[in-house]
Design a protein around this ligand. Structure first.
Ligand code: FAD
Ligand code: DHB
Length: 396
């Protein structure tokens, strides 16, 4: 088989890319190692930047999101028992915070892609990249563990296979520069059957550690607490989780958290990571394959979509008109936005979490940062414009 673009990974990056290329009349195939049910069932990010919402609507993919998503005009920062509202819409000319879970986005994109006749192979194994320095890179794989090896010849390979995928490793180590911070804390996240405790997200910085109140639907709530990333989820009974959530989230106003049965829980580690370059020959990395942000700024999914928007434009210019500028500028153009998102995610993370390895000096600076951000309109505006998403040109 031959395809203009071979995409590895059916996460947000791979699926958005396939749709964007299809809109330009460019065919692709997606190879995904997990089953469709797994991909559609994995609980991850929750917040979409305003331009991603606009893009989904522009692409005709936003119907369910507009119906079932939650649109908030602001968020609350809570510390020292006090609550401070950040009115994002007022500070950013009407941009909002949209809560619509990543796996719902994924479900919508997979359904629409298959309906358009697009090819997504789920459950493949043994994915290998070949000849990325040539004009005809190839991907070999098996449709299932004991199926024969097949090969797809491509003009380009898009490595959208997340942090642990094979694509980044296919770039020779000598031309790859990697930058990383591994944080000494992680997030324990739960889904609970309960009504919303508040009409917007609450980010809390507390002497016992960070906590976050988010939502999924009128009956399902999403909550997180900072924990040791090496801790075992078995050590966390529902009662212990609720007790920490109450301590960290409640303020002096008498507001209280509504509990409900926990039906999903897990612990994730946190890192900041950037791979420079994002391109080698005919291989282009996008999304988590090239960079990781800690979740505090809610940037991970949004950044993956930003990459493939740039990539789709670059591939279209080359495949349609032979114009190579977009391909040559891909890495630098993406990395500018990525470093700003890395900066914001690192700022939100270090400001809001308790880091046992930090000096009391650094801890006091984070408290001053919080104090400043809720009392200075300039600082608050800076937080808001990053949170709702820095400007991104979206195609008509
Ligand atoms: P992914 O979504 O990781 O997709 C990559 C795909 O490639 C996967 O489906 C994978 O199965 C597939 N793949 C991997 N290896 C192969 C292979 N060898 N062959 C074929 N396919 C392969 N961000 C936030 O903003 N807020 C959050 O709360 C948040 N929570 C998160 C929780 C977890 C547990 C994780 C892991 C991430 C979280 N993120 C969060 C980050 C966000 O979900 C990611 O940034 C986003 O999924 C990136 O999309 P992607 O398409 O680049 O990669
Ligand atoms: C959610 C996740 C985040 O990382 C965040 O900053 C806000 C909300 C969520 O899963 O709802």
């Amino acid at each position: 088989t031959r395809k203009p673009v071979g995409i590895i990974g059916a996460g947000p990056a791979g699926l958005f890319l396939a749709h964007l290329l299809h809109r330009q009349g460019i065919d692709s195939i997606i190879l995904e190692s997990r089953s469709r049910a797994d991909v559609e069932g994995t609980i991850r990010a929750g917040v979409l930047e305003q331009w991603v919402v606009d893009l989904m609507n522009r692409m005709g993919l936003g119907e369910r999101m507009m119906r079932e998503g939650h649109f908030h005009s602001g968020i609350t920062l809570r510390f020292h028992g006090e609550s401070h509202h950040i009115d994002m819409a007022e500070l950013t000319d009407g941009k909002r915070v949209t809560v619509y879970a990543q796996h719902e986005v994924i479900r919508d994109l997979i359904a629409a892609r298959l309906e358009d006749g697009g090819e997504i192979l789920f459950g493949v194994s043994d994915v290998h990249l070949h000849g990325i320095e040539s004009d005809t890179p190839r991907i070999t794989f098996r449709r299932s563990a004991d199926a024969p090896v097949e090969e797809i010849a491509c003009d380009f390979i898009a490595g959208c296979d997340g942090f642990h995928g094979p694509s980044r490793q296919a770039i020779p180590a000598a031309v790859r520069q990697e930058h990383q911070i591994v944080y000494p804390f992680g997030w324990l996240g739960i889904l609970a059957s309960a009504p919303p405790s508040h009409h917007e997200l609450i980010y809390a910085s507390h002497e016992r550690g960070f906590a976050l109140l988010s939502t999924r639907s009128p009956d399902v709530q999403r909550l997180y607490i900072q924990v040791d990333p090496k801790d075992d989820i078995a050590n966390w009974s529902d009662a212990r989780i609720w007790s920490e959530l109450h301590s960290r989230l409640e303020d002096k106003s008498g507001w209280s958290l509504i509990e409900g049965p926990v039906f999903q829980k897990g612990i994730i580690a946190m890192r900041s990571f950037v791979c420079e370059t994002m391109r080698h020959g005919r291989l282009f990395l996008a999304g988590d394959a090239a960079h990781i942000v800690p979740p505090t700024g809610a940037k991970g999914l949004n950044l993956a979509v930003a990459d493939v928007l740039v990539l789709a434009q670059a591939l279209t210019a080359f495949l349609r008109r032979g114009d190579e500028d977009g391909l040559n500028g891909y890495s630098a153009r993406c990395l500018r936005r990525i470093w700003r998102a890395e900066r914001f995610s690192w700022y939100m993370t270090t400001m809001m979490h308790l880091n046992p390895n930090e000096s009391t000096f650094e801890q006091r600076v984070h408290m001053a940062d919080l104090d400043y951000v809720v009392h200075s309109r300039a600082a608050m505006t800076a937080l808001a414009e990053n949170y709702v998403g820095l400007p991104m040109d979206i195609p008509a």
